[in-house]
Design a binder for this molecule. Structure first.
Ligand code: F3S
Length: 723
C-alpha cells in the first residue's frame, strides 16, 4: 500500500509561524495568547500543557509575576489593542500572519489617503475587526454585493478581502464597484494557502484508492477539504485522530492519499501516517516510505502543471504599500469555474447560531427515524439533525441495531451540511463521558468490559468508547498464537495507560486474569490439605515429572509418583492438557510447593496380586534379575517373587545362572505370600517334583490296569520326557 501525502497538507505558513513563536517563547506559563492560536482541540490542549494559556482580550489581566507576555495570533489585532498592551507594559510577541499584516497595512494607508475602504469578509471575525480598526473603524465591511446595494460610496474606494474569503464573492464585489465608483483600487488579499491545499487535495483524491482527510470536525477548512475530496473520490474519510481510522477502509487498496486541514498539527499527521503504515505492513503490500512517495508524487504533479514560482512570504508581506494597485479582475476571471470555495468557521457558526445551536454543543435528542446509514434526531427548537452511521460509535455498527425510534440520545452538534442539515455525532457527545469513565477505571484500577474490533499489528483494537489498544502480550496469561479468536468477543480488562488529549487507551486482559489467578491461588493455599484428592489439568511435562494445575496453583507430579510400573518419561503416562485426579501428598505453604501423586490413587500391583495369587498355585513368570542367592521372577505386572537357589532345581545348583537367564519364562510354584512384607516365595523345584510325582502316579495307575496298553513311552511323552 502506497501512502501519499498531498502538498500543502496541514498548517498554513501563518498558523505554523504563530505556533512556533508561541512554543519558542513558552517559559513556565508566562505566556498568554489573545484568543486561541488554532482551531484544533488536541493542539490547543497540547499548548495548554506547555503552560500557554488562552485568554479573551476582554478578560486579559494586568501583567504580573506569573504572566507577562502576550502573543498576538495570526489573525492580528488593531492599533487600540497594541496601545493598551504597551500601556500595561506587556511583553508583546506579534505572530500576526504577514499576509494579514499586509492587509492591515493596505487598509491603514488607504484610510490615511482618504480613500473609502471596503472589506469583504465576516464583520465578526477577529481578523476583519482588526483590519477595520486600522482604518479607525471607518471601513465598511460587506459579506456580499447585497450589502453594498444601499451603501453610500465615495469616488475613491479601496477594496480588500479577508484572507480566507471566496474568490467569486470578491470578483462580484469588484465588478459592482467598478460600475458604481470612478476610482477603484483593488487588492486581492485572499491568501493562496487554502486554495493551494484544496487543489492539491482534489488532485490527489482523484489519483488514489482511498483519501484520508485529517483535521478537526469543527474546522471549516477541514470540512471543505473533505467535501472537495469526496467529490473526486467517494472513499474519502475525515478523521480527527488516527484511532478513528478503520482498517477495513484500506483492505485491498494500493494507494492511499492524505491531506490535512490548516489547523492540523504535524504530530497528528505523523501519527495518522504511522498507523496507515502499520496497516500497510499488515497487508504486506508495497509499503513505501512516506517521504519517498511524497517526492514521487510531487514529481508527478509537477509534470502536469507549471509551478509558479512563489514569491517569498516575507517579501510579499513587506511589499511597499505605495506600489501601484494591481487590477486583479483578469485573475479573478480565470478562476470563474471554481464554484465551491472555502467556508470558514464563522460561516458555520453563523448558520448554527441561526438555529440557536453552537458547533461543539452537546444536547439531548429523541430518535425519530432510523435507516441503514443514518439516524434522524429531534434536537428540540423545531430542529432535527442527522447522525451518520459512522458517528454513532467508534466501531462499525448497524444504526438499526444500535438505536430505536423514541430513544433518548445524547449528540454533539458537528456542523451544518451543504444541504442545510445539522450533522450530529453521538460518539463525540459520549467522548467526555467515555474519557471520564476510562480515567476513573484507570485511577481505581477497575475492570471494564469491551468488545474486540479487530486484530492490528502487535495486538487488538478494542472499542472502549474510543478505540483502545490491547498489546498481544496483554491479552492472556500465556502466549496467544492466533489473536483473531478474540475478534467480536467481549473481554474484561483494565486500563494500563490513558492519554486524554490523544484519546488513547492501552488495555490489558492479562492483568485481570493474573489477579484472579493469584486470588484463587491464595484461596487454594489456605484450604488445601495433604491426603486430599483434587482434579487438575496437566499444564507442562518435564523430564522429571509433570506440573498439574489444580484450579489456581500448580503442583509437581514427580515421575516416580506417576505409575506403579517403572517408566522412562512422563509422556508414557500423561499428555499436556490431560485432566487427571491426583492425591495431595505434600503441602509446603512457605515455599509454595505442592507434591502430587497419581499412582497412589491407582490400585497397587500388590493389591492385584493378592486378589489373584495364593500359596500352592503354579503360575507363569519371567526372570527379571539374578542374584547369588536366587532369582527374582515377575509373576504379575509389577510384582516379583524370589525363587531361592535351593528352590531352583531338584538337583544341587552351584550358580543361579547355570539354571536361569534374565528374561527367561518359567513356571513357578507359589510357596508363600507375605502381604505385610510384600514378599512372595517361589519354587521351580516343586514344579518339577510335582510333575514327576504326577507322572509316577499315572504310571502306577496304568500298571494296575494291564489291559490299558499304556507304555512307559506314552507316559514320558505325556510328561515332556519326565517320569
Ligand atoms: Fe494562513 Fe496567513 Fe494564509 S494565517 S491562511 S497563511 S493568511
Amino acid at each position: 500500500m502506497r501512502i501519499i501525502i498531498a502538498d500543502h497538507a496541514g498548517f498554513c505558513f501563518g498558523v505554523k509561524r504563530a505556533i512556533d513563536m508561541a512554543e519558542n517563547n513558552a517559559c513556565g506559563g508566562r505566556l498568554i495568547t489573545l484568543g486561541p492560536l488554532i482551531h484544533n482541540r488536541q493542539e490547543t490542549n497540547r499548548l495548554g500543557a506547555l503552560g500557554i494559556r488562552t485568554c479573551d482580550g476582554a478578560k486579559l489581566p494586568k501583567p504580573n509575576g506569573d504572566e507577562d507576555t502576550v502573543i498576538i495570533r495570526s489573525h492580528g489585532v488593531g492599533p487600540q489593542v497594541i496601545k493598551r498592551l504597551n500601556e500595561e507594559n506587556w511583553r508583546i510577541i506579534d505572530a500576526t500572519c504577514p499576509y494579514v499584516a499586509r492587509v492591515q497595512s493596505l487598509a491603514q494607508k488607504a484610510f490615511q489617503e482618504d480613500r473609502q475602504v471596503i472589506i469583504l469578509g465576516n464583520k465578526e471575525h477577529p481578523e476583519v475587526k482588526a483590519i477595520k480598526e486600522w482604518t479607525d473603524n471607518t471601513a465598511i465591511v460587506v459579506a456580499s454585493v447585497k450589502d453594498l446595494q444601499d451603501t453610500k460610496l465615495t469616488d475613491r474606494v479601496t477594496v480588500l478581502a479577508q484572507t480566507t474569503e471566496k474568490e467569486k464573492r470578491f470578483e462580484e464585489i469588484v465588478a459592482f464597484l467598478r460600475e458604481k465608483v470612478p476610482k477603484v483600487e483593488v487588492f486581492n488579499t485572499i491568501c493562496k494557502a487554502t486554495k493551494e491545499r484544496q487543489e492539491a487535495a482534489a488532485k490527489l483524491a482523484g489519483q488514489v484508492d482511498v483519501m484520508i482527510i485529517v483535521g478537526g470536525r469543527h474546522s471549516s477548512n477541514t470540512n471543505k477539504l473533505w467535501e472537495i475530496c469526496r467529490e473526486k473520490n467517494p472513499n474519502s474519510f475525515l478523521v480527527e485522530i488516527p484511532e478513528e481510522m478503520d482498517q477495513v477502509w484500506f483492505k485491498d487498496k494500493y494507494t492511499v492519499g492524505m491531506t490535512a486541514g490548516a489547523s492540523t498539527p504535524a504530530w497528528i499527521i505523523k501519527e495518522v501516517v504511522e498507523r496507515m503504515q502499520d496497516y500497510a505492513d499488515l497487508q504486506k503490500e508495497n509499503t513505501v516510505q512516506t517521504e519517498e512517495v511524497n517526492e514521487e508524487v510531487r514529481e508527478e504533479l509537477r509534470e502536469e502543471e507549471i509551478v509558479e514560482e512563489e514569491e517569498s512570504i516575507t517579501e510579499e508581506a513587506n511589499e511597499q504599500v505605495g506600489e501601484e494597485a494591481v487590477d486583479e479582475t483578469q485573475k479573478l476571471q480565470a478562476e470563474e469555474d471554481r464554484e465551491e470555495e472555502r467556508q470558514d468557521i464563522s460561516d458555520i457558526e453563523e448558520q448554527l447560531d441561526f438555529r440557536n445551536f453552537q458547533a461543539g454543543e452537546i444536547v439531548n435528542g429523541t430518535v425519530v427515524k432510523v435507516s441503514s446509514d443514518e439516524v434522524l434526531v429531534d434536537i428540540g427548537g423545531k430542529s432535527e439533525g442527522i447522525i451518520p452511521a459512522g458517528e454513532l460509535s467508534y466501531r462499525r455498527v448497524d444504526p438499526q441495531e444500535f438505536v430505536s425510534v423514541g430513544q433518548e440520545i445524547s449528540v454533539e452538534i458537528v456542523k451544518e451540511s451543504k444541504e442545510g442539515n445539522i450533522i450530529l455525532s453521538h460518539k463525540l457527545a459520549m467522548l467526555g463521558e467515555t474519557l471520564n469513565m476510562l480515567e476513573k477505571a484507570f485511577e481505581n484500577k477497575e475492570i471494564i468490559e469491551a468488545s474486540v474490533i479487530e486484530v492490528v499489528k502487535g495486538g487488538l483494537l478494542v472499542d472502549v468508547g474510543i478505540r483502545g489498544f490491547m498489546p498481544a502480550s496483554q491479552v492472556d496469561r500465556k502466549y496467544v498464537e492466533d489473536l483473531s479468536q478474540f475478534v467480536g468477543q467481549k473481554l474484561r480488562m483494565k486500563v494500563l495507560e490513558l492519554d486524554r488529549e490523544k484519546k488513547k487507551a492501552v488495555l490489558s486482559q492479562k492483568v485481570v486474569l493474573e489477579e484472579e489467578y493469584q486470588q484463587k491461588a491464595e484461596e487454594i493455599w489456605d484450604e488445601i490439605k495433604e491426603g486430599e484428592t483434587r482434579k487438575g489439568i496437566v499444564r507442562r511435562l518435564a523430564g522429571f515429572g509433570a506440573f498439574v494445575d489444580i484450579g489456581g496453583i500448580d503442583g509437581l507430579l514427580h515421575i516416580s509418583e506417576m505409575s506403579w510400573q517403572r517408566i522412562e518419561t512422563p509422556s508414557e503416562v500423561l499428555n499436556e492438557g490431560d485432566e487427571v485426579e491426583v492425591l495431595i501428598i505434600k503441602v509446603d505453604r512457605e515455599k509454595k510447593k505442592l507434591s502430587l501423586s497419581l499412582k497412589e490413587l491407582l490400585k497397587s500391583p500388590w493389591d492385584n496380586a493378592l486378589e489373584k495369587l495364593s500359596s500352592g498355585m503354579v503360575v507363569p513368570g519371567k526372570v527379571k534379575r539374578l542374584a547369588s542367592f536366587g532369582a527374582f521372577i515377575e509373576v504379575e505386572p509389577g510384582v516379583e517373587g524370589l525363587a531361592h537357589i535351593s528352590q531352583l532345581s531338584v538337583n544341587r545348583v552351584n550358580k543361579v545362572e547355570d539354571v536361569l537367564q534374565a528374561g527367561q519364562e518359567v513356571d513357578v510354584k507359589i510357596l508363600d505370600i507375605d502381604p505385610v512384607k510384600k514378599r512372595i516365595s517361589l519354587s521351580l523345584k516343586d514344579v518339577a517334583t510335582d510333575k514327576e510325582n504326577a507322572a509316577m502316579k499315572s504310571y502306577l495307575d496304568h500298571q494296575e490296569d494291564k489291559d490299558s496298553g499304556v507304555t512307559i513311552g506314552d507316559i514320558l511323552r505325556e510328561n515332556n520326557g519326565e517320569l
